[in-house]
Ligand binder design. Structure first.
Ligand SMILES: NC(=O)c1ccc[n+]([C@@H]2O[C@H](COP(=O)([O-])OP(=O)(O)OC[C@H]3O[C@@H](n4cnc5c(N)ncnc54)[C@H](OP(=O)(O)O)[C@@H]3O)[C@@H](O)[C@H]2O)c1
Length: 330
């Protein structure tokens, strides 16, 4: 077995904490360093999570020759600069979703990783859980016939305290935060990019970001997908795929149960059937181990980096409609 990847964590927020804990269960990686914009925050995070080195700038972590994988856990529009710096320093990269806020940003990051000969993966954690592979297998096997319609949702409620998810400058709002999952899932199931995109939304009176949004995608082969997201509602998460002869319900698509993940197959004329994934594992250590397998064993990535471009194109198209072309990036 190849040696453990030595991870540097960039950012000290909510998901950085979750990933740092997750690394403890990874088979092929360990925590080596953390970086913050503040040396004090980096030191506090390092002490809390038993991380050997703490840096007061992201650049300093990228310059650490001992680090060979970087986890990017900054707000969405801040991913680009860290990814470019990490790639230039020859580090493999797991970048939080959405990889970039525009398609062109993603293309730039992917080109930089390719030029540097490093692996770059977008951290859609649900894609590394075997439940998602099972969903894909059921569809590939034709068990619901030809896919016609995809429905999905990711809704939850934020409080009134400042949160990057409500900050318009940081592309806050439900679309980028959680709509990215529904769009990613719909594109995965449809197996192509949408040729029509629709959305309606409500912008928060004080935040100015989409606090509730319903979106629609039409794909060239005829599949239609719709999804809804909210950052101001009670929780709701599911995905359902309707085919010509059956349907597949995924009650917990985004963070499948690590011990027992279940999906429900309903075929015409038959009793519903529960399909179970036992001991699928926790998504965050799975993500770290997947990057190691790609880097060290040459395994094909479950989502190639280029997949991020199509997702960002949908996100940015809706963002431009919400906030006007003047703000939109090229
Ligand atoms: N895969 C998942 O399940 C999942 C879940 C949640 C979030 N995410 C993604 O992870 C990213 C971070 O989300 P989060 O919930 O961890 O956010 P968060 O709690 O606000 O943390 C973001 C961190 O980024 C750093 N940062 C750099 N520039 C910043 C800026 N201009 N404003 C605020 N913080 C800045 C900060 O660390 P320092 O100040 O220490 O440098 C901060 O602690 C987002 O892209 C989000 O979509 C993924």
């Amino acid at each position: 077995m190849a040696e453990m990847l030595r991870w540097g964590i960039v950012g000290t927020g909510m998901i950085a904490e979750v990933f740092a804990k997750g690394l403890e269960q990874a088979q092929r990686g360990r925590k080596a360093a953390v970086a913050s914009r503040s040396a004090d925050r980096a030191s506090a995070f390092a002490a809390k999570h038993g991380i050997p080195r703490a840096y007061g700038s992201y650049e300093a972590l990228c310059a650490d020759p001992d680090i060979n994988a970087v986890y990017v856990a900054t707000p969405h529009p801040c991913h680009r600069d860290v990814v470019l710096a990490a790639a230039a320093a020859g580090k493999h990269i797991l970048c939080e979703k959405p990889m970039g806020v525009t398609a062109s940003e993603c293309s730039e990051m992917i080109a930089a990783a390719e030029a540097a000969g490093v692996t770059l993966l977008e951290a859609f954690m649900y894609r590394v859980h075997p439940q998602t592979a099972l969903v894909q297998q059921v569809i590939r096997d034709g068990r619901i016939g030809q896919v016609k319609l995809i429905r999905s949702a990711f809704c939850y409620g934020l409080g009134d305290a400042y949160n990057v998810r409500l900050d318009k400058v940081l592309r806050g709002g439900g679309l980028y935060d959680v709509g990215c999952y529904c769009i990613n899932f719909s594109r995965m199931v449809a197996g192509e990019e949408p040729d029509d995109i629709a959305a309606v939304w409500t912008l928060g009176a004080t935040t100015g970001v989409d606090e509730s949004l319903a979106g629609g995608l039409r794909f060239p082969a005829g599949v239609v997908a719709h999804f809804d997201v909210s950052v101001r509602s009670t929780g709701s998460a599911y995905a359902e795929i309707l085919g010509t002869t059956g349907s597949l319900l995924v009650p917990n698509p985004w963070r499948p149960d690590p011990d027992r993940a279940e999906i429900e197959l309903r075929c015409q004329g038959q009793a519903p059937q529960t399909l179970t994934c036992l001991a699928g594992g926790q998504v965050f250590p799975l993500e770290a181990d997947h990057l190691a397998a790609v880097v060290q064993d040459g395994v094909e990535p479950l989502i190639p980096a280029a997949n991020a471009i199509g997702n960002a194109a949908v996100l940015d198209t809706i963002w431009q409609r919400m906030h006007g072309r003047a703000e939109a990036s090229a």
